[in-house]
Write a protein that binds this ligand. Structure first.
Ligand SMILES: [Fe+2]
Ligand SMILES: [Fe+2]
Length: 138
């Protein structure tokens, strides 16, 4: 199942939302590469891109939280850090077992479910806070 972007994923903070859209697109690129029978090179290339983009996105969110003294910064950062470890483990598993359609499905589902869940919970709370702070500073 490819992931669909819809308004239920919009935090209302544009920069964060645009990056989330890119994350969903990157995740779908892996799923499509696998479905279209692209070789493992293409699958690992798309997964590499997603990993790099995720790291960049987390760093941006963390900077935003530091800028505005977000009270839940430490716990939010810990969730990001744990997920980075999980993605590393999933990637190693994919390398070891080979990127069969089934394995790619397992990996993308694990990544996608975590991301959507995180966006709808932790990121929504963060976005509401930083948006209010942005307005205070205008
Ligand atoms: Fe996020
Ligand atoms: Fe986050």
């Amino acid at each position: 199942m490819a992931y669909q972007w819809d308004s239920s994923l919009e935090t209302g903070y544009d920069k964060v939302d645009n990056q989330h859209k890119q994350l969903v697109a990157a995740l779908n690129a892996i799923i499509e590469a696998s479905r279209n029978g692209k070789g493992s090179d293409e699958i690992f290339k798309t997964l590499d891109f997603l990993t790099g983009y995720t790291i960049m996105h987390f760093a941006d969110e963390e900077k935003l939280q530091i800028k505005y003294d977000y009270p839940d910064y430490l716990i939010h950062k810990r969730y990001h850090d744990e997920f980075k470890v999980t993605v590393g483990e999933l990637t190693r598993r994919l390398v070891k077992e080979g990127p069969s359609e089934e394995m790619v499905n397992t990996v993308t589902t694990a990544i996608g479910d975590w991301l959507l869940n995180h966006i709808k919970g932790d990121d929504f709370r963060m976005a509401a806070y930083v948006k209010a702070k942005d307005l205070e500073q205008e």
